[in-house]
Write a protein that binds this ligand. Structure first.
Ligand code: ZN
Length: 334
């Protein structure tokens, strides 16, 4: 039995047919964790869908209305890059509910992993790049609304830049409720001058994105820290960059919760990625995030985000390894 919860529902499956995004990965990961004895059935908790009220903490009423009534324009549907359906809307609402539940459990147990989510290309008023709504942002805003956290940090290790996260947390809150308390009055973002970091620092959520520069999205709105990685870098360089980003971020910002997007797509055999990490390197990456969070006493909620390896089994292995790394590093067995 794991010392933390895994959040999963068969309803995470995205009904998008034959697609480079193999949405059956969620079910396969669930099965593999059980089959290998990494997790027991009692380690899993089943989420409810997010409520519309939760979704509206991040997304505009107009966009939510379009999603729920099937009235996206042809261009908006195209931008999603997954075929719209009401079933798909339900699956995304459930993934968002899963991220909320994972955040809640992470605050109790130090870590929790949703075997879904990480839809970081969703914006307040539109979706793109396989992402309809931003489950991680919704979870953060819900935890803040409930007074469970004041600040959060996204650590986005998907190979694609977290453009939705950068935009949502750039201080342009278009929907949602005020924060439960005022930001720290001693907080002064002027330290960023000359550091080469972005200037979109929100007062309550710090965004770190480690991604391949020459990849989607073409326009990358500034995160608090963007690590624009060159094509083809391997484990060593990647881990050094991640270590730098984490220590730089945590020296300036003290989050109540880390939201780790453990994308499997920096893998060297990924079809939509151009980095060269190995499966072992990706596990070390997970370990580095967990070790850092544990050292800082910061709870971590994990979502899976992307993963498009040529062989589905590699994507599954990489995601399962994230659970193993959490067990080894945070669960007291490491
Ligand atoms: Zn990705």
């Amino acid at each position: 039995m794991l010392p933390f919860k895994l959040v999963y529902s068969d309803g995470y499956y995205l009904p998008i047919g034959s697609h480079v995004f193999r949405a059956e990965k969620y079910k396969c990961i669930h099965e593999q964790l059980l089959a290998c004895g990494i997790a027991a059935p009692s380690d899993f908790v089943v989420p409810d869908p997010a409520t519309d009220q939760d979704v509206l903490l991040v997304h505009t009423p107009q966009y939510v209305q379009k999603l729920k009534t099937g009235t996206l324009s042809a261009r908006e549907e195209l931008e999603l890059e997954v075929p719209y359906s009401l079933e798909l809307v339900r699956a995304f609402w459930l993934n968002a509910g899963g991220s909320i539940l994972a955040a809640d459990h992470a605050l109790k147990d130090g870590v929790a992993i949703s075997l879904g989510g990480g839809f970081h290309h969703a914006f307040p008023d539109h979706g793109e790049g396989f992402c309809m709504i931003h489950d991680v942002a919704i979870a953060i805003r819900r935890m803040q609304r409930d007074g469970k956290i004041r600040t959060a940090m996204t650590v986005d290790c998907d190979v694609h830049q977290g453009n939705g996260s950068a935009t949502i947390f750039a201080g342009t809150r278009k929907a949602g409720e005020p924060l439960p308390s005022a930001p720290d009055s001693t907080w002064n973002p002027s330290w960023m001058a000359g550091t080469g970091m972005g200037n979109s620092l929100a007062d309550d959520v710090f965004t770190i994105s480690l991604h391949q520069q020459n990849n989607y999205p073409e326009f990358k709105p500034p995160s608090s820290i963007d690590m624009n990685l060159p094509d083809g870098i391997g484990d060593g360089e990647y881990l050094a960059c991640l270590g730098n980003a984490l220590s730089m971020g945590l020296s300036k910002f003290k989050p109540d919760l880390i939201c780790y997007l453990a994308g499997a797509d920096p893998y060297r055999e990924d079809q939509l990625g151009g980095l060269s990490l190995t499966i072992e390197g990706l596990k070390e990456r997970d370990a580095l995030v967990f070790r850092t969070a544990k050292a800082g006493g910061i709870p971590v909620m994990v979502t899976l985000a992307g993963g498009y390896a040529l062989k589905l089994e590699d994507t599954i292995t990489i995601h399962c390894n994230t659970v193993i790394a959490a067990r080894e590093l945070i669960g007291g067995q490491g």
